[in-house]
Design a protein around this ligand. Structure first.
Ligand SMILES: [Zn+2]
Ligand SMILES: [Zn+2]
Length: 124
């Protein structure tokens, strides 16, 4: 507050040239006297226009923040879903192989045969 007071020490009100300004508009930084200043929503405004400008800007910034947060949450959910699918696939494979112990050997056999045939193919 002290810095703001100092910054208007040599200024006069936008609407009253004979009065010293007591504060500055949050939006356009024009000096205004206490009577002209509109204190609303944590800001000081010289006119209804500036008040509405500020409300619009803050509103859109708020919406932008909300949108960014939503997108971030969606990306995080997508990542978690992918991870869950990978884990489920790993668990399913593990359960399948533990319940059908032969299948791993079959896979090994098939792989060995395929490797042998490939070797034979190369040998020719
Ligand atoms: Zn203003
Ligand atoms: Zn004034």
């Amino acid at each position: 507050m002290a810095a703001q007071e100092r910054s208007v020490r040599n200024s006069v009100c936008l609407n009253h040239p004979e009065r010293p300004a007591s504060t500055r508009c949050t939006v356009c930084f024009k000096p205004v006297c206490a009577e002209c200043a509109r204190q609303e929503g944590g800001g000081t405004f010289c006119s209804q226009d500036c008040l509405e400008n500020c409300a619009r800007t803050q509103g859109s910034v708020g919406a932008w923040h909300e949108q960014t947060a939503r997108q971030r949450a969606r990306r995080r959910r997508a990542r978690l879903t992918k991870l869950a699918i990978l884990i489920a696939a790993g668990v399913a494979a593990y359960l399948y192989l533990t319940r059908h112990p032969g299948s791993l050997d079959q896979v090994k056999d098939r792989t060995a045969k395929a490797v042998n045939e490939a070797k034979k193919g190369l040998g020719r």
